[in-house]
Design a protein around this ligand. Sequence first.
Ligand code: 2IT
Length: 475
Amino acid sequence: IIKISVASFEKKIKFVDNINQPFMENYNVDQKIQEFMARIEAKNPNEPEFLQAVKEVAVTVIPFISTRKEYTGKKLLERMAEPERTIIFRVPWVDDKGEIQVNRGFRIQMNSAIGPYKGGIRFHPTVNLSVLKFLAFEQTFKNSLTTLPMGGGKGGADFDPQGKSDNEIMRFCQAFMTEMCKHIGPETDVPAGDIGVGAREIGYLFGQYKKIRNEFTGVLTGKGLAYGGSLIRPEATGYGVVYFAEQMLKTIGQDFKGKTVCVSGFGNVAWGVVKKATELGGKVVTISGPDGYIYDKDGISGEKIDYLLELRASGNNRAEDYAKKFPSAEFHAGKRPWEVKCDVAIPAATQNELHLEDAKNLVANGVICVTEAANMPSSLDAINHFLGNKVLFSPGKASNAGGVATSGLEMTQNSIRLNWSSEEVDARLKEIMIGIHKACRDYGKEEDGYVNYVKGANIAGFVKVAEAMLAQGVV
Ligand code: 2IT
């Protein structure tokens, strides 16, 4: 028995060695991608979102690796696709009726090569290992793109905040942090918000961390201004997306003025997008919720933008309420906004909300720029349709990096124990987004001048993490 297993072990090593053979001229890139993905799939069955995120990176980064001697044969991407640590824990709590509830909590510590793990916490019933691993994997590349010293992480729970009382939210956050506080810290892992986790939840999480650890530190970002939060952090993701889209438009000599913009979602990110796109002269005509989308022919501006915050805070998850409040709007039940003719499309809801059919609709209707605001909102075939039609298209890991970048700025302010003005934070945010855009262009520009932002973002994100990993050895 021992003999057989040693033989098969040797065989396996040989097989793996062949795949990562050193740089050479007739390196078969397509085969490398297929073999790489086969290994990742075998290791991570039943994780479709994670495999989707890895594949998008593999098809752009493996060809790049094949041209760089220093990166071949080092299993860099394979190491990046294996979390450094995965923590899965029970979150028991008592609801308002006195009934015991049990949720599952997670923290994926994906990669710490360039800084402490950094990434949001998501509370949503769809949360599972696959979703959080895809988010943590994307976060590693995104955080690298910001140029700030942050590794990649993500966490959350399959907890549904909808319909929960404030006390229930507090008890859940405390129960979640009671376990998570053992694994995080300002120099180790710094969580923040994501879907279902906003300023209120961050407050409760911070309070519990401080109580248990007896430390007042910048262990979380997205904090309230009274206890170490940063100005502009709530707006940052959406503003950053629009700053990025502005740069994309600039490459073809255009800007937001007079452009019709379709946005999906109505959460924190969509709010920031609508606010900044409107400020720059765009007309945002849609938002959406799980129930359908709103078409407002007059544009979502002024008090309607403030109403988005109310809508989100209501916890009802119903976009339809907007149409009840503003008669200029139509509600389209059960549909996504991508059937509406627009110049710029900004998916800002959640993963896999824009499929091939939607991409076909957008392209047929003359869309010129698609800037992702959510994490992985477009399916792979939708992305390929945009790229194939030479539409300006940027992946969330590049265009939504302003959120985590501003979290990085919050960490800096916490460390130096100072608070910057909103002008200062906004200026830094804008500079970072312009820098990310440039990095994407540098690595993603094709022979005909078209910028493949997917390729650019993946390679630029990869290079910094790869350099750090090479320098630090096999750890
Ligand atoms: O997806 C994201 O980048 C976030 N949810 C923000 C993460 C952060 O640490 O600010």
